[in-house]
Design a protein around this ligand. Structure first.
Ligand SMILES: C[S@@+](CC[C@H](N)C(=O)[O-])C[C@H]1O[C@@H](n2cnc3c(N)ncnc32)[C@H](O)[C@@H]1O
Length: 304
């Protein structure tokens, strides 16, 4: 069978099963198998494929038809122009999360102080690894940039395994300390790590894209049901983890830290409730909510 024929069969099968974008999905999966671009498939539509490749493609399409995300089938997802390994133990990095990376990079490139960056609920490690990689590249270009300590935590040891693997392939595994535990606890409970939070000279940046979907939102979205529940669901208002994180931050001796800036990803529907929560937990703090590229309220920036 030719490229054109296998793509046509796969598209019909996916369309029958109401999978969105069946053409594009089939092309992405076949391009991955043939290790070529999607453009190559179009220009070589009459090329014959061997049986082994056809069988593998059919297997991929059967998984896709069952609703498995493309990224889990290929094992890869691009985030901020970098390739990340993903599997069913981590959330597939979302394009809207790139906004958080943009904002942190803008913030730190104006600073000359030694900064500690902590990513809570790191998953595949996409946020902290991208920051470490981009800041490493920038530091080699300019000697004026501040130096950094990078930490990442996750409650899932399986997710941390993937994050460490990604850090290694991006060449930043020696720069980031990965810790397993509840939110900030692995740092707060270990004096060696805690000392980074208690140095009045060092600003702290905390990034967190914690589970923020309500059970009702998950129920209404069949595609995300294939991703780890631990990565997605929070309480009925979706703010359970942010509430707990705020309590943990309030347990730190804040007068000993010069400045903490928090970057949190939210669902647009949580704008009012997260604003109330911030005013309640950090009455002195200033905060802003930024929109993503689709115009949805997505990123909360809190200056404590
Ligand atoms: C929405 S995913 C985000 C993953 C990654 N940061 C990203 O942006 O793609 C949330 C992550 O938080 C982790 N998580 C859930 N509860 C946690 C907790 N109590 N403490 C630390 N991490 C937690 C999950 O295992 C999951 O990896």
């Amino acid at each position: 069978m030719t490229i054109n024929q296998v793509l046509a069969i796969a598209t019909i099968k996916s369309r029958k099963n109401k999978i969105p974008n069946p053409n594009m999905d089939a092309e992405i999966l076949l391009a991955r198998i043939l290790k070529c671009s999607r453009e190559y498939l179009i220009t070589h539509f009459d090329k014959n494929l061997n049986n082994q490749k056809i069988k593998l493609f059919e297997k991929y399409i059967s998984r896709r038809v069952k609703g498995e995300p493309i990224a889990y089938i290929t094992g890869h997802k691009e985030f901020y122009g970098l390739d990340f390994f993903v599997n069913k133990n981590v959330l597939v990095p979302r394009p809207e999360t790139e906004l958080m990376v943009d904002e942190v990079l803008k913030h730190v490139t104006h600073s000359t102080q030694h900064t500690t960056i902590i990513d809570i609920g790191t998953g595949s490690g996409c946020i902290i690894i991208t920051l470490a990689k981009k800041l490493k590249e920038l530091s080699s270009e300019t000697s004026e940039l501040s130096s950094f300590n990078f930490f990442a935590t996750d409650i899932s040891s399986k997710a941390l395994y993937i994050a460490k693997k990604n850090a290694k392939s991006r060449g930043v595994n020696k720069n980031i300390k990965f810790l397993c535990g509840n939110l900030l606890e692995p740092i707060l409970n270990n004096p060696k790590n805690l000392k980074h939070l208690n140095n009045p000279q060092n600003p702290i940046i905390i990034t967190a894209n914690l589970p923020y979907l309500t059970p009702a939102q998950i129920k209404n979205s069949p595609t995300i049901q294939k991703e780890p529940k631990l990565a997605l669901t929070a309480s009925n208002d979706g703010l359970k983890y942010y509430r707990e994180l705020f309590n943990q931050i309030n347990s730190i001796n804040l007068s000993a830290c010069p400045q903490i800036t928090l970057y949190l990803e939210i669902d647009p529907s949580q704008k009012t409730n997260i604003s109330k929560l911030i005013k309640q937990k950090f009455p002195q703090a200033k905060f802003q909510i930024k929109k993503d590229l689709r115009g949805h309220d997505r990123l909360v920036k809190i200056f404590i």
